[in-house]
Design a binder for this molecule. Structure first.
Ligand code: ATR
Length: 263
């Protein structure tokens, strides 16, 4: 039986096992998918288990998407350019790191038929998922990407990976077509982002990477002012399906039954 895991810290609330085990069952695959609460020190040991074929694949989540890289033999182009790995597999005696958050984000945008090309995008936050968003937005032809993070130095660091981005101070809201909440603000009920969106107007696109709760205060505000909104649920599902396809070589259909697994 093949064994797959998602590792992170915290990990209790991860819905990856639910989704992967749903597909494993549906496709009659002889495998299990579980979660591991890991610490930094566990990462080399866990990767050794891949080499020993005791583990067949891993998903990596917060806060290890970058830290895991030093334990790997090879990176896909996407993982290399974002310095972010969320999926690991073993091939030709090598542990390979890949990033399916990029395609997960792209497919979620395409699903709502939003055309990113030539658009000005404002990203709030500079944490683990942001390099994947920037890479994906660049590929989709965004004309400008502006990053706004409470700790400005963390946003400035992103320039080492993406020199075309612009950084603004926390509190500034420059003009944009699409705004993405990539902060962790909104995960807890009652979380409010301390930014003034009242002058943003309507006809923009508010996207929140958070999908639980389904409608954060950020999305509520966007909606209130007449903007299009979308949460991160489909991004999550698409990144999972891309990992699944990579490991098992089987395509999965993202139908309502699948989407309803994440409610
Ligand atoms: P990490 O920063 O460890 O990668 P993350 O969950 O990926 O963790 O990112 C958290 C993001 O939410 C960061 O951009 C963080 O801003 P800082 O870099 O200033 O910490 C942002 N964030 C968390 N709490 C916030 C708050 N109260 N106000 C504004 N931004 C906040």
């Amino acid at each position: 039986m093949k064994k797959y895991f998602v590792i992170g810290n915290p990990i209790k609330h991860s819905l990856s096992p639910k989704l992967h085990n749903f597909w494993i069952k549906k496709k009659n695959i002889n495998a299990t998918y579980d979660k591991i609460l890991a610490t930094q020190d566990d990462l080399p040991k866990i990767c050794d288990q891949i080499r020993e074929k005791k583990i067949n694949g891993l998903n990596i989540t917060v806060p290890f998407k970058n830290d895991i890289i030093r334990n790997l033999d090879e990176l896909s182009l996407e993982a290399k350019e974002t310095q972010s790995v969320n999926t690991i597999y073993f091939k030709d005696n090598k542990i390979i790191g890949h990033n399916t958050d990029i395609i997960g984000f792209k497919f979620s945008i395409e699903k709502v038929q939003y055309d990113v090309s030539k658009k000005k995008i404002l990203i709030l936050g500079a944490g683990g998922v942001v390099p994947s968003l920037i890479y994906s937005l660049n590929k989709m032809g965004a004309s400008k990407i502006i990053v706004c993070n409470r700790t400005k130095s963390k946003a400035e660091n992103l320039k080492h990976l993406f020199n075309g981005i612009e950084i603004v101070n926390w509190g500034e809201i420059p003009n944009f077509d699409m705004i993405i909440n990539a902060t962790s603000l909104g995960l807890k009920n009652g979380d409010v982002i301390d930014l003034d969106f009242s002058k943003v107007g309507n006809g923009k696109f508010f996207y929140d990477v958070i999908y639980n709760p389904a409608e954060t205060n950020f999305l509520k505000i966007g909606k209130k002012f007449g903007n299009k909104t979308e949460n991160g649920k489909m991004m999550f599902i698409y990144q999972a399906s891309a990992s699944f396809e990579l490991w098992h070589g089987i395509n999965v259909n993202i139908d309502d039954e699948t989407i309803n697994q994440i409610n």
